[in-house]
Write a protein that binds this ligand. Structure first.
Ligand code: CP
Ligand code: NVA
Length: 300
């Protein structure tokens, strides 16, 4: 594994190996066992969008691995003034040992990997959020023991989270159901992959999608960069809320996950969020462990 650009690029075995390593790093961290796998290495972290979890978990994760994280806001980089990504990639490859990037276009991440000579990790694009979904899969396995026979459900916008959850969930063997409005479906390439597995279903009914689900995911209705559409989206997603009615269709032990930040009263009710807060904040914690595993795999 040279990069983490999107989950579609990974085999089931590569995903499971990452999750196993993440579990091990989490165990070591909890037991005070140092793991300086990246001593002397530097990770550049380019942010073209805001972040709490991704920034802090990558930054502290790199320190825990003995390396050095460099926060690079696009406001302060020449890339923000139009320096081509091909040049940025070749320059940063001369200084750094790896790059994490959060940006808009998936192509920019792919180009960084293509023109640079160091590992690139996708910290969210408009297309996908692979690091988040590795943490999500880690959390599901932690709570459920294995992925065997599990049904994952996603309700809401067919966005970056939906795209990665569908691919990740199906790759590890879960069945996946999605409920989203007709105008807000996941990416066509993701649907093509998903439909070929025979374990995927999509509907416009959240209750139908949630039937017998073992884990339900949702995400914001307006992602970063879509702030101007927030009002229109509030109308379009009316009814696509994870609430008691949706949960009553699911398995009685159903988990609820949210990548955060959450908008209570929109995609999830306050009551459901708080009832599942432990799972949701374990999910947030697992960003740290899952991303440390990714960094060790690609930069170690
Ligand atoms: N879930 C997630 O990626 O959070 P941040 O936007 O805070 O990084
Ligand atoms: N879909 C959200 C996820 C945030 C972690 C966004 O892109 O803003």
């Amino acid at each position: 594994m040279k990069h983490l650009l999107k989950l579609m690029d990974l085999s089931e075995q590569e995903i499971i190996e990452l999750l196993n390593l993440a579990d091990q790093l989490k165990y070591e961290r909890a037991h005070g066992i140092a793991h300086p796998h990246l001593a002397g290495k530097t990770l550049g972290m380019i942010f073209q969008k805001a972040s709490t979890r991704t920034r802090v978990s990558f930054e502290t994760g790199m320190v825990q691995l003995g390396g050095y994280p460099l926060f690079l806001s696009s406001h302060d980089l020449q890339i923000g003034r139009g320096e081509p990504v091909q040049d940025t990639a070749r320059v940063l490859s001369r200084y750094l040992d790896g790059i994490m990037i959060r940006t808009f276009a998936q192509q920019e991440v792919e180009d960084l990997a293509k023109y640079g000579s160091i590992p690139v990790i996708n910290g969210l694009t408009d297309f996908c959020h692979p690091c988040q979904v590795l943490a999500d899969l880690m959390t599901i396995r932690e709570y459920k023991g294995s992925f065997d026979g599990l049904k994952m459900c996603y309700i809401g916008d067919g966005n970056n989270m939906a795209n990665s959850l569908i691919v990740g969930g199906l790759k590890v063997g879960m069945s996946v159901s999605v409920a989203c409005p007709a105008d807000y479906q996941p990416d066509a390439s993701v649907l093509e992959f998903a439909n070929a597995t025979g374990k995927f279903s999509m509907t416009e009914s959240p209750v139908l999608a949630a039937e017998n689900a073992d884990v339900i995911f949702t995400d914001v209705w307006a992602s970063m960069g879509q702030e101007g559409e927030a009002e229109k989206r509030r109308i379009a997603f009316n009814g696509y809320q994870v609430n008691d009615e949706v949960l009553s269709a699911a398995h009685s032990e159903c988990m609820v996950q949210h990548c955060l930040p959450a908008h209570r009263g929109e995609e999830i009710t306050e009551k459901v969020f708080e009832a599942h807060a432990n799972e949701i904040f374990d999910e947030a914690e697992n960003r740290l462990h899952a991303q440390k595993a990714v960094m060790v795999k690609v930069m170690g």
